[in-house]
Write a new protein. Sequence first.
Length: 216
Amino acid sequence: MLSKTDVAAIRTEYKMGQLSEGEVAADAIEQFQAWFDQALEKQVMEPNAMTLSTVSASGRPSSRIVLLKQVNESGFGFYTNYQSQKGQELADNPYAALLFFWPELQRQVRVSGRTMKMLPELSDAYFQSRPKASQIGAIVSPQSQEIVDRNVLDVPLAAMEERYKDVSSLPRPAHWGGYWLVPESIEFWQGRSGRLHDRLRYSKQGNNWKITRLAP
């Protein structure tokens, strides 16, 4: 186990790139797509992994890793169990934040905005594209609920695998589906030496984006 002294001594110098107003796209989604494509090219591990932060009705924040599955003018799309902790918190407070961290590129992207459920047909289409094992898993797991032991999952899993062994795909359960996070702010962060990082924030202004620089 690292001691407090060992943790404090950890240092990483950022020298891989820079970020200037003259180099970025005028549209934040276009800029995100450019960075995401570069993350794919550099074979970043799980480039679509993102931290999703939500806030409960009592004002307590919580965070977890989810996977980005769509990004376009509608926003950033992800899927989950609507009855999970995050689903319940989004029902109480639709505002949320996303964080992408690509250490191989020394970059972060922070996104904040309001969430909304996807249209059922979009959730249906994505659910049908999932592997059968993932479909069954989404059905049998009472996500975020306390369970006595692993058998609560394994027993119904085995039963469903047997029941649907001759079926290639299952219908989407009503408690599972997608969300859009419609961005109001997107910040692009590029590590620089001496901790003087580059930070450009896009703020939505009607149909356009305003770009401002933030101090590191």
